[in-house]
Structure formats: structure tokens, C-alpha cells
Design a protein around this ligand. Structure first.
Ligand code: ADP
Ligand code: MG
Length: 598
């Protein structure tokens, strides 16, 4: 097979590289905006049409490029940001691979214009599929403008994978949101189909930008953080535990100002909130970690979303400790002496003197932190029986074989630790996880109603108006119909907010906002691969969770009976929607064996 190996053409290489760098319109925006920031821009305007599929234009007032550089920047591995190998570990710029421009050019029609600050005029290059078609003088202000039209026009397969305009735009808006958080000193503008979506003034302070982007309400409940230990530094804002969300999307983390979605960091953040959040809920947080560039490798992911730390453990514990100090001081320590606490000894060294960074005065005058009222925790949609306090076994002896059917046929013996219903079924001892059971029942009910296109809904007398993030607003716009089928009626209301007019009947109306936010998060995360049906299943599970009785709730005999009765209708041997078992049986033989009677 000699002679079978060939060197690929430059054009093909660029297309292949584009496959890694340019995933969708948002990746183009990312690369171009990062270039503008690297060029010292004070103002960046992004214009998008049709979710970026037909047009993306990024204009900046940075230092621009001269004629030679303008041609050179389109070559592969042409960069002004990295001179030698050493430099790779001392990076201060966002870009360094010299791949973005040629990659984007290879899969689009591009007009690249630039003018140096002290030049009289600029130069424009017109390209198609990476080939320069035209060169001409350009009367533009100093800075650079890159226009990308008809992305993937020459790769139909890739084009087919793009999502709806709204979804693609949501990704772009989401990126701008994240980058704008980290560069408060830069003015950002974002236009979509002629509408102004973002218009952010230059700010002196990070806090001003955070407030502007996250909204007064969320920001008002945040705490400022500033911690330092040796060469690690952390600053940012962390959200109140009771403002928890369904997904980690609102944890914004940056390493040396580069946005990253890193598992180590996310784990550390969750560790910082340990025991403060309900299961599978996530905080809102904006966190900037600074460390010497040589301590972190940013060159491990094509889009640089992940990083690798030299001293992982140290970084992890530093973040976790910084965060836990922020929220725990106001806590009754009694409440948080759970067994898990013991694992935290590794973070101990950072406790010393660390509390100085954040300012407890920040919140004075504001409402007290209401952890007790953490909305997601103790909802109850069950009717309250008259004797819910009297959960003694003797009381239930009377209750025998009432309704027919395998489950409600069981004799209820009592409730164990306010979490499990203890029953006898013939010779068997049966434990029912009340929370899992209730969730399962609610889920099945919802599913059946959903199939029949009529989830019971309740109109809200005073429709709460809820602020939305970009992605949420986009999801609301795109999925109005599905939301309707799910029992929600949410009407877009002014700038990035909506009025919730109706919610599924199963929900406690007080949870309308949290539930809608969760559902929107689920709809937003609808990505390539997962079907709408799958996502809707997940949404139903979420809704079922919200409507459900939690563990740790005393139930009256009536309530227990009602729950068992409802279980008739479902497959009781199945699991709760999260995959946990609903009930467990112990045979007489098994019990006798335990007592060594056999
Ligand atoms: P990288 O950013 O990794 O260097 P790019 O392909 O994104 O690679 O850009 C190549 C080079 O083009 C950059 O190193 C920079 O010198 C120049 N360049 C790109 N965009 C701009 C811009 N908006 N303003 C000034 N120079 C730019
Ligand atoms: Mg770049």
C-alpha cells in the first residue's frame, strides 16, 4: 500500500478544523468576540439574523489589522498571541491557536474588514469557502468588522444539524451573557433580526454588570465574595440558597476570566453549598478564579470550555471553602452537623482568616435570609386529615382490609420516621416510600392527562410576573405550544419577563415560578439527539416532584390510605420516576431468618 498516504489540502484541513471549532452560529460569535476582546476593544456590536444562520457580524473598536496581517490572519496557525511553546502556559489572551478565522472562513461567505487606529482607511477582503474573491479599500472606523453569511453553505450535512433560529439564537445570547459578565468594562450590543436584545453600558464595577444581567431580584439576594490563599484568588457573587435552580446553567465560572464549564469547579461549588440546597438543585453563582497561568492548561478542549489544573485538590478545596464560608455563617450550626460534615477536613486550612473577604453588612436592611421557607422543600398537595399528629401504630390497628385490590388491601401499621408507610400484606411486611410513591402517582396521572391533551390546570388570580434569562425567554417563545399542553399559560410580558396565568393543577400555585423555571430549563436543554418526547417526560417528572409530598412529613391515617388507594392505579412494583423503588417487601421467611428462627 505504498503511496496511499497523502497530505490533505489546506482547504480541506480548514474544513476539518472547522468541524471542531465551529459547531454552530454561537461558536462563530464566540471566536469573533474573543478576538475583539483580545484586540483591546471597548465596544463590541454583534448583529445576527435568523439565529446566525444567515448573518453574523461582529464589529469592534480594537486596534485593528494592517494589510499584511489581514491576509495573514486567514492562514492556519497564524496568531499574534503566541510566539513559542513557553508562551502556551503564560497565556493572557483568549485566543492563541490561530485557527478560528481560517476555520470560519472555510465554511461561510465572509467579509473581513479592518483599519488600524492611525490609518486613514481600512481594507476589506471578501471570501467564499475560504477563498479570497475580492479585495478593496474600506471606509470604516478604526477597528475590525467580520461578517459571516450563510454558515455551512458548503457543508449541507452540518447545516441540517442546526436547530431552530430561536434555539441557535439562545446559544448566542447565552454566550454574550457569559462573556459580558466577565468584561464589565466593555460595551456590548446584540441585535437579532433588527431588534436590540442587549445594550450594556461600560461599567466600572463587576457588581453593576452582574446586577444588570441577573436582575435586581437575584442580585439583591447575592453575597459578594473575595478570598485569597497563596497564589489563588476568587471573587464573585453567590446566590442565596433558596434561590436554587433546576440545572447548573446559572453557575457561571471563569478561570483567569475565561468562561469554563469544568466538572472540578462545579463540584467545588456544590460542595460549598452542601446541605443548603435540596437534592439535584443548583445555585446561582458568578465566580472568578484567578491563578498563575502556568498553573492551568486551557488547551485541553477545542472550544476551550474545559481546563486542567496542576493542583486540582487545592483549587477544589479553595473554592468549596470560600463558598461555604459565605453562606454558613448565618446558620444555626446545629442544623448542619450531618455525617457528611466529617469529610470536609481536607478543606480546613483555608478556614483561617478567610471570613474577612465578604461583608456581612452587604445584606443589612434587606429581608432576613429565609432558609426555612425554601420553597421546594415541603409542599403538600395532600388533604390534611384531622389527626395528622397522632401517627401511632395502635391507632391504625382498626384499619384493615377496606378497599379491594392488592395495595389498598394492605393493612397499615403506621409510619416510620415520617417517611415510610409500614404495612402488612398477608404474611409479608411491606415498606412504602411515601415520597417515591407519591411522585410515581403524580407522574402517572400527569402522563395520562398529557396523553389525552388535557393536563388539569388552575388559573392564577394574580398572575405573578417573573423575570426571565435569555435562554428562558427564547424557550418560552419557541415552546409556547408545548407549555400549553403541559398545563402552563405564560405570556411574554415586556422585556424578558412573563406573566404566569395558569399552572398545572397538581402544583401548589406558590411554586408556579420555580416550576415554570424548571420546565423552561428542561426545554432549553433540549439538544441534538434528545427528542421532544423524552424532554417532555423529564418535564413531567419535574412537575410531579414539585407537586409531591416529601419525605419527613407526618401523614394521617386518611392520608396514608388515600396514597395507597391512588397507588392502585399504577404499577406498584415499578420505581419512582427517579428510578428508586417505591416499595419493598419482606417475606416471613426472610424475617424469621433474621431472627435466626430457622
Ligand atoms: P487566535 O485568536 O487564536 O490568534 P484567530 O484565527 O482567531 O486566532 O485570529 C488570528 C489573528 O488575527 C489573531 O491572532 C489576531 O492577530 C488577528 N485578529 C483576529 N481578529 C482580530 C480583531 N478583531 N482585531 C484585531 N486583530 C484580530
Ligand atoms: Mg481567536
Amino acid at each position: 500500500m505504498t503511496g496511499a498516504i497523502r497530505i490533505l489540502s489546506e482547504a480541506l484541513c480548514n474544513q476539518i478544523a472547522a468541524g471542531e471549532v465551529v459547531e454552530r452560529p454561537a461558536s462563530v460569535v464566540k471566536e469573533l468576540v474573543e478576538n475583539s476582546l483580545d484586540a483591546g476593544a471597548g465596544k463590541i456590536a454583534v448583529t445576527v439574523e435568523n439565529g446566525g444562520k444567515s448573518l453574523i457580524r461582529v464589529e469592534d473598536d480594537g486596534y485593528g489589522m494592517g494589510k499584511d496581517d489581514l491576509f495573514l490572519c486567514l492562514e492556519r496557525h497564524a496568531t499574534s498571541k503566541l510566539a513559542d511553546e513557553e508562551g502556551l502556559f503564560r497565556l493572557k489572551t483568549l485566543g492563541f491557536r490561530g485557527e478560528a478565522l481560517p476555520s470560519i472562513a472555510a465554511v461561510s461567505r465572509m467579509v473581513l474588514q479592518s483599519r488600524l487606529r492611525d490609518s486613514m482607511e481600512g481594507l476589506a477582503l471578501h471570501l467564499e469557502g475560504g477563498q479570497i474573491k475580492k479585495t478593496m479599500a474600506a471606509g470604516i472606523p478604526p477597528g475590525t468588522s467580520v461578517e459571516v453569511r450563510h454558515l455551512f453553505f458548503n457543508i449541507p450535512v452540518r447545516k441540517k444539524f442546526l436547530k431552530s433560529d430561536a434555539t441557535e439564537f439562545a446559544h448566542i445570547a447565552d454566550f454574550l451573557f457569559r462573556i459580558a459578565l466577565s468584561f464589565p468594562g466593555v460595551r456590548f450590543l446584540l441585535y437579532h433580526n433588527g431588534r436590540t436584545i442587549l445594550n450594556l453600558a461600560r461599567r466600572q464595577e463587576l457588581s453593576q454588570r452582574v446586577r444588570e444581567l441577573l436582575g435586581n431580584e437575584v442580585f439583591g439576594a447575592m453575597k459578594a465574595l473575595h478570598e485569597r490563599a497563596a497564589d489563588l484568588e476568587l471573587s464573585g457573587f453567590v446566590g442565596a440558597p433558596d434561590g436554587h435552580r433546576a440545572t447548573p446553567a446559572s453557575i457561571y465560572t471563569y478561570v483567569n476570566r475565561r468562561f469554563v464549564r469544568d466538572r472540578l469547579i462545579q463540584h467545588a461549588v456544590m460542595e460549598g453549598y452542601r446541605n443548603l440546597l435540596p437534592r439535584q438543585r443548583y445555585p446561582v453563582a458568578v465566580i472568578f478564579l484567578y491563578l498563575p497561568p502556568e498553573q492551568v492548561d486551557v488547551n485541553v478542549h477545542p472550544a476551550k470550555r474545559e481546563v486542567r489544573f496542576r493542583r486540582q485538590r487545592e483549587v477544589h478545596d479553595f473554592i468549596a471553602e470560600a463558598l461555604s464560608v459565605a453562606w454558613r455563617q448565618k446558620f444555626d450550626p446545629e442544623e448542619f452537623t450531618g455525617g457528611e460534615e466529617g469529610n470536609r477536613s481536607s478543606t480546613e486550612p483555608f478556614l483561617a482568616g478567610n471570613s474577612s473577604g465578604w461583608n456581612p453588612q452587604e445584606r443589612s436592611g434587606g429581608p432576613p435570609l429565609a432558609f426555612e421557607s425554601s420553597a421546594g422543600y415541603v409542599p403538600s398537595s395532600l388533604p390534611r386529615g384531622p389527626n395528622r399528629q397522632e401517627g401511632t401504630a395502635s391507632l391504625f390497628q382498626a384499619c384493615a382490609r377496606e378497599a379491594p385490590g392488592p395495595v389498598s388491601f394492605m393493612r397499615i401499621l403506621g409510619q416510620y420516621r415520617n417517611s415510610y408507610i409500614v404495612c402488612q400484606d398477608g404474611d409479608e411486611l411491606v415498606l412504602v416510600d411515601q415520597h417515591a410513591a407519591h411522585e410515581r402517582v403524580g407522574f402517572e396521572k400527569l402522563k395520562a392527562q398529557f396523553r389525552e391533551q388535557q393536563i388539569d390546570r388552575q388559573e392564577l388570580l394574580l398572575p405573578p410576573v417573573m423575570g426571565l434569562e435569555f435562554a428562558e425567554a427564547a424557550a418560552l417563545e419557541e415552546h409556547r405550544e408545548e407549555l400549553g399542553r403541559l398545563g402552563f399559560d405564560a405570556e411574554p410580558y415586556g422585556n424578558r419577563s412573563c406573566a404566569i396565568r395558569a399552572v398545572p393543577a397538581i402544583l401548589d400555585p406558590r411554586q408556579a415560578e420555580t416550576a415554570l423555571k424548571d420546565v423552561l430549563a428542561e426545554l432549553t436543554s433540549l439538544e441534538t439527539g434528545s427528542s421532544l418526547d423524552e424532554a417532555l417526560d423529564r418535564v413531567l417528572i419535574r412537575m410531579a416532584c414539585h407537586g409531591m409530598v416529601r419525605a419527613n412529613q407526618a401523614l394521617s391515617l386518611e392520608e396514608m390510605k388515600a396514597l395507597l388507594k391512588e397507588m392502585e392505579r399504577i404499577d406498584v412494583n415499578s420505581h419512582c420516576p427517579h428510578g428508586r423503588p417505591v416499595m419493598i417487601r419482606f417475606g416471613l421467611g426472610e424475617i424469621e431468618r433474621m431472627f435466626q428462627r430457622r
